[in-house]
Design a protein around this ligand. Structure first.
Ligand SMILES: C[S@@+](CC[C@H](N)C(=O)[O-])C[C@H]1O[C@@H](n2cnc3c(N)ncnc32)[C@H](O)[C@@H]1O
Length: 272
């Protein structure tokens, strides 16, 4: 990739095709937000997906973290290798974020990935059977961020992500924070894994599947089947109006319910 392609002139911004979703983060305040939310430290492994020239790799490494910089473009990968060749805590992998092998151990994410790959990346990170990402901060398109944080229990895979992870919309980011500028506003989103027992997770899967199948069924009727006489009271304690439609319940509320119900030893039935 030529330098010109990497940094198009102002007049060209937003007018050229940008198949690799290249928009470099140039605003220091946004980098600082990502660092503040992700909180990388010396005990952490951080993955920077779509590392480009390495602004976020560098920020995480400065805080003492081990960093895996994943970059598909050969020239950027070579540039990263040169830039961090004296830093033993940074490893550069030339690869595709959609297929690169992820660590089996817990890790953090701090990234400004190509927006065309946001869904694939979130699916990999938050949708995995045993997700190993503990927390992170990422930039995504504003519209995608809104969909993530407003997902209801009938929203399919978005519901699962929002049940399994606490997802927060941290701030809006204007196009001028990038070079070249994307056509749309962006957002910094935070992700934090909910630590659920396997039983709670199983119950959560059942609840979300049932809410997806029959979104107008009441939340009370959905949880009645777990065999606890006062399940509806537990529902209310988790912030859910028992008579409300299951489909509009926030996935985080069903996660809290599954956690509380299984923590007190109830045996959920397999069909909700
Ligand atoms: C939005 S830019 C961000 C660069 C850098 N992180 C920053 O904030 O300045 C996205 C980067 O991801 C790379 N990229 C695009 N598709 C990728 C993919 N499928 N896997 C890994 N990297 C990819 C691009 O080459 C580009 O360097």
């Amino acid at each position: 990739m030529s330098a010109e392609r990497r940094f198009p002139r102002r007049s060209e911004r937003g007018t050229r095709p940008n198949p690799s979703g290249v928009h470099f983060l140039v605003a220091e305040d946004v980098v600082n937000t990502l660092v503040r939310v992700c909180r990388p430290g010396p005990d952490d492994l951080v993955i920077d997906f779509g590392a480009g020239p390495g602004v976020l790799t560098s920020a995480a490494a400065k805080r003492g973290a081990r960093v895996l910089a994943v970059e598909r473009d050969a020239e950027f990968a070579a540039m990263l290798i040169r830039r961090f060749r004296d830093n033993a805590r940074v490893r550069v992998v030339r690869g595709d974020l959609r297929t690169v092998t992820l660590p089996r151990k817990d890790f953090l994410v701090m990234a400004n990935p190509p927006y065309s790959a946001s869904t694939a990346l979130f699916r990999r990170l938050l949708g995995a059977r045993r997700p190993t990402v503990v927390r992170g901060a990422l930039t995504v398109e504003w519209g995608f961020a809104r969909r993530l944080v407003s997902a209801t229990s009938s929203a399919g895979e978005l519901a699962w992500w929002a049940a399994r992870y606490d997802i927060g919309l941290v701030r809006r980011v204007r196009p001028a924070s990038f070079r070249p500028q994307p056509r749309v506003d962006s957002a910094v989103v935070s992700i934090r894994r909910r630590e659920l027992s396997p039983e709670a997770e199983r119950l959560l899967v059942e609840l979300l599947k049932a809410a997806g199948r029959n979104p107008s069924r009441s939340a009370r009727s959905l949880v009645r089947h777990i065999g606890a006489p006062d399940a509806h009271r537990l529902l209310a304690r988790c912030g859910v109006e028992p008579g409300s439609s299951a489909g509009i319940v926030p996935p985080s509320a069903f996660a809290a319910f599954a956690d509380a119900a299984t923590a007190r030893g109830e045996k959920p039935s397999s069909t909700v």
